[in-house]
Design a binder for this molecule. Structure first.
Ligand code: PHE
Length: 447
């Protein structure tokens, strides 16, 4: 989930009226999402199916496993940071509309203009300027600008991706920011400073889009002193390891992996050894100072992290398939109870229904070769037509005809309903509708 290194943006544009989730893809080249109307253009790739997830807020649904994990993390932060009167320092923002600008999702966060995470094939664009957030980090700047020093942002995020038991185009993330000022970091020690004496506030960085997005020295940013970075790193790593222990138990083995995010430097991933595998839990780092400057914060150093809730919930509850988080089946939902957040029951499959596998082979249009074929376009068609009964899609064969030069692909689609046995006849009907949609939308020829 954290594999795509990210992130760009502007003023939070959008009114989010919770009452209305009406979504219309109309004939007039406009799209209505939660009472806002957007012009569609050549960037639009959002589908009605994807739009139908907006507002479902599984992370806030009572007794839902995602909500339970969210509450565990929020409580951990409430406990870990309090002011002198015992009140939590962190505020929680979990109802922000997932429609963001390209600037919010990428530019504001110094994501280079040519970064692959911006590609149309990876995100759900509403139009050239708006998309469904691909990470909750997209809200960093607006929250800091609103005056906050310590906050958590939680919500649904959207990414075009492969289809298997651990990937779903909609999932949930929790992001955090903590800003620490000179006196908080060094107390009364007047000899120590956050910033190198050579550092001057750079007025041009108030427009982050103009600032350099290249990190030359990964160990620290030039503006920071080593001691400020090391102290902040220590606080960040202590608090995040504490979080991992709160979730997975005190005895976990862990390791920090150096990594790169455009918006933090240095950056790390926390991995824990769980049931025989190293598992990535979160991504984090010292916030790029240009981002803070762009919010008018010139006297603090900050840390940030982000994590995916599904991944944690799948491990902690033994949930084998990411689609289950969307299930309204009482057999699933009744197994989770938030009355005791610290006693997580393992999920017991009600029963396992059989899979049906059908192959789909087609010739690409004459002028197209295998490399230029967008598998994510194909996956979206399969999802739109097949919905959640599609468990997995894999490419089983590719072939270029030596004489005609035409290319052919064969995908295996595995169908399985989470709550009942599917008949081969109903699968065949859906499978042929998928084939039909591929012919119409991708201009392929079924073999
Ligand atoms: N937004 C990153 C991701 O989705 C995670 C992250 C957040 C990393 C904040 C560092 C700081 O992969």
């Amino acid at each position: 989930m954290l594999a795509i290194r990210f992130l760009r943006s502007v003023s939070p544009p959008l009114k989010c009226v919770r009452r209305s989730y009406k979504t219309n893809v109309s004939a007039q080249n406009t799209l209505e999402i939660r009472n806002n109307v957007y012009q569609t253009d050549e960037w639009t790739n959002i589908t009605p199916k994807i739009l139908s997830y907006i507002g479902l807020n599984k992370h806030l649904q009572k007794n839902h496993p995602l909500s339970i994990i969210r509450q565990r993390i929020v409580n951990y932060f409430y406990r870990s940071y309090t002011n002198s009167r015992g009140n939590p320092l962190f505020s929680v923002h979990d109802k922000i509309c997932p429609v963001v600008t390209v600037q919010q999702n990428f530019d504001n966060l110094l994501v280079p203009a040519d970064h692959p995470s911006r590609a149309k094939s990876d995100c759900y664009y509403i139009n050239k300027h708006y998309l469904l957030r691909a990470h909750t980090t997209a809200h960093q700047i607006e929250l800091i600008k609103s005056g906050l020093d310590n906050f958590l942002a939680v919500g649904d995020v959207y990414r075009r991706d492969e289809i298997d038991s651990t990937h779903y185009p909609v999932f949930h993330q929790l992001d955090a920011v903590r800003l620490i000022s000179q006196d908080k970091l060094f107390g009364n020690n007047l000899d120590l400073h956050i910033f190198e004496s050579s550092y001057k506030v750079n007025p041009s960085s108030f427009s982050p889009i103009n600032s350099s997005s290249k990190c030359i020295d990964q160990s620290k940013q030039p503006c920071h002193t080593l001691e400020a970075v090391k102290l902040t790193e220590h606080e960040l790593k202590t608090i995040l390891l504490g979080l991992a222990k709160d979730l997975f138990g005190n005895n976990i083995e862990h390791r920090w992996i150096d990594t790169y995010f455009p918006f933090t430097q240095p950056s790390w991933e926390l991995e824990i050894y769980y049931k025989g595998n190293w598992m990535e839990v979160l991504g984090c780092g010292i916030m790029r100072h240009e981002i803070l400057e762009s919010c008018g914060v010139t006297n603090s150093i900050g840390y940030a992290f982000g994590l995916g809730l599904e991944r944690l919930a799948m491990v902690l509850f033994d949930i084998p398939d990411i689609r289950l988080f969307w299930s309204n089946d009482t057999g699933f939902l009744h197994q989770f109870n938030e009355s005791n957040l610290y006693k997580l029951n393992k999920y017991k499959p009600v029963s396992v229904y059989p899979q049906c596998k059908n192959d789909l082979s087609f010739w690409l249009p004459e002028n197209q070769d295998i490399d230029s074929f967008s598998a994510n376009d194909f996956y979206d068609i399969v999802r739109n037509v097949g919905g959640d009964i599609v468990e997995q899609i894999s490419l089983v064969d590719k072939f270029k005809h030596p004489k005609t030069g035409k290319s052919s692909l064969c995908f295996r689609i595995v169908y399985r309903h989470m709550e009942r046995t599917l008949t081969q006849a109903e699968v065949n009907e859906i499978h042929s509708k998928i084939a039909q949609s591929c012919v119409e939308q991708l201009e392929v020829t079924i073999r």
